[in-house]
Structures are given as structure tokens and as C-alpha cells.
Write a new protein. Sequence first.
Length: 369
Amino acid sequence: MGKLTVEIKDHEYEVHIGREAYSLFATDYAALLDSADRIGILADENVAELHLPLLQEALRKNGRDILVKTVPAGESCKSPAVYVECQSFLLQNNFTRNSLLIAFGGGACGDLTGFVAATFMRGIRYVQCPTTILAHDSAVGGKTAINMPEGKNMVGSFHQPSGVIFQTELFETLPPREIRSGMAELLKHAFISDKDWTDALLSNPSFSKPSVEWLATELLKGIDVKARIVAEDEFEHSTRKFLNFGHTFGHAVEAVCGFGGLSHGECVMIGMAYSLILSEEQDGSIDAEVTKRFIQFALSNGYTFQPVHEHSFEQFLQYMEKDKKASFGKLNFVLLNEVGKPYVTEVTREHCEFAFDRLREKTEGEPIR
Ligand SMILES: NC(=O)c1ccc[n+]([C@@H]2O[C@H](COP(=O)([O-])OP(=O)(O)OC[C@H]3O[C@@H](n4cnc5c(N)ncnc54)[C@H](O)[C@@H]3O)[C@@H](O)[C@H]2O)c1
Ligand SMILES: [Zn+2]
């Protein structure tokens, strides 16, 4: 079983990844469970339907009564209404400051549970049991949030978990779109940290159908990149921004397409192509061949660039300007000096538009899925 320690100033925790990882509840995590007066699982309803007995069985070995609240699947659980329901659920079941929550689902359920835990009685402990590939990114680092009618992730806090446990068999039920989503974030971690690893991923014929064993080692590498950056910059003042590679444009694609058509990572894939083109324009930066290879790789692995052909630059710009990372009207991007070497820079509107036109040219004539 893979294991890694996240070291944040006042808070250290472990990430475990492998088959039958939930058996750790009876060993490494037994003391944590014992120290809680109440334990509750907040479970994504799809994940609960598929896998809840597995988690309950592992927890039962500890002999504790565990309460379960299922929440709507995916992004729809990150709403103020569901957040309030969860808080009421805890209050009605006599949870206290010494209780423990377990997040059981993808990044959405993890974000919701983290924020519920961060704010219930001014903060209680929680464990992440993530069930998607993408969650190798979201479950580590302590960012939690829910959405508002005005925008995504607008209300949240930093609250680190007590542990993160991935039982990799659960990935076997992921639909192809969710696999593509998570794999895009893995590729992002490679692009911002390591040229050889990026090359290896771009040459991997099983990228869109990864085996569970391969995932365990690769996701640990991705988690390591994230954990090291977060340890250096917990509150996103400096290097943590590198994790936003592909996200300024990617978030705009998500917003323009109305959150739902494409998964988060599929939008980030488009955003990474856009950032590579912007990087090409900077001195001594990315070679056009890198972008070309990336776009071909994306297309042959089932990703699409259709949104940039269906919407105007102005539509994307409007959202990029609203992005939390845009300050005082300037557009900030994470670009690459070379693969593995990210930096943050401001880009003018004109450059942004030029890169958009180039992205259209480079992805013209792609098959419509
Ligand atoms: N906190 C952070 O640092 C951070 C970082 C990145 C993303 N996020 C957040 O993560 C969320 C996206 O997370 P996600 O991509 O994991 O998707 P998700 O949680 O929205 O889940 C996607 C879909 O997959 C289903 N699912 C989950 N696990 C499954 C399994 N094992 N088998 C079958 N179906 C399964 C869910 O029911 C849902 O329908 C977004 O809300 C995003 O804002 C947070
Ligand atoms: Zn992301």
C-alpha cells in the first residue's frame, strides 16, 4: 500500500492508497475512531449505492455505531441547502466538538464534508475517503467550499483532514468521463513538476483506461507534488498558484458550458492547451511541438476542444475577468518556462485573444463526439 505524509505547519496527516485500504480503520486509525464520541459518514448517493457496505464493513470491525447521511451525487451536494441539512443532521444526532466525520465520495462530497467539518461547532475532525481519480487533487491540501448562486466555491475555508484513505478498487466503477477528468489533473501535476514524468504519461497507451495498480503509484506521485506545494504555501500566497495551471481558461470553459456538459478535468485539458500556447509566446518558452503533441494526445484519448469552436473569445473573457485569480482587471496565468518549470505572469487581453485564435486553428477539424 502506498503512503505519504503531508506536513503542514501545525498539522501532519497521512495519505494511503491501495487495495483494501479501509482495513486501516481497524489498525492505524483505530485510535482516532476511539477518540470520537460520534462518527458520521457523509456519502455521495451514487457512491453509497455502489460501495457503502464496503466502508461500513471496515468500520464495523471497530465496533462503533456509525451514522450515515447520503447527499446528492456530485456537484449538486455543494449547495447551501445541503450544507444546512448536514449541520442539522449533526445537531439532531447530538454530534459534539469531539465527533468525527468521514467524507465518502468524489471531490464534491469531500469539499462539502470538509466545509461542514470546518464550521460545525467551529471545527471538528474529518477523514477523507475519496472515490474518484480527481480527488487525488482535491482531498489533499485542506481547501473546502460550497457553491453559491453567484459562483462556484465562493464560500469555504481551509481545514486539513486527519487522514486520507483511497481504496483503489472503487475506481473500477468510475465512468469514462470521470476517468478523463481525474487523469487531466494528474497530467497537470506532471506538467508543473517533471518533464520525464510528463513524457511518460503522454506516451502511455493506457492513459484513458488505467489499471488500478498503475493508478496507485501514479496518483501517489501526483499527491506528492500537491503535498509539497501545499506544505510550502498553505494559503495560496505564492507557489500554490502553480496548481492552477490550465485553470484560468479551464474555469471559463466550465462556466461558459454551464457546468454539466463536460467534467472539470476535461475543461482543464482545454485550459492546459491554451496555457501551452500562451507559454509559446513568451521568450525562450514552450516549443510549438509540445503543444501539438499535447493536442493530439488529448484528442486520441477522448478529450474535446469543441467549446472553443462553439463560443466566442468574449464569452470566455467575461468569465476569466471574474476569476478569483484575476486581480485589478489583469489576467493572471500559470505558464511554463519549460515542461516542469511553472511561473505566474500577467497576460494582456490582446495576447489572450491571439492565443484563443491559435487554439482554434490548432484544433480545427477535430472529430465531433
Ligand atoms: N478542494 C480542492 O482543493 C479541490 C481541488 C479540485 C477540485 N475540487 C472540487 O472537486 C469537485 C469535483 O470532484 P470529482 O471530479 O471527484 O467529481 P464529483 O465528486 O462531482 O463526482 C463525479 C461523479 O462521479 C460519481 N462517482 C464518484 N465516485 C465514484 C465511483 N467510485 N464510481 C462511480 N461513480 C462515482 C459521483 O456520484 C458523481 O456523479 C468539484 O466540486 C471541484 O470544485 C476541489
Ligand atoms: Zn482542478
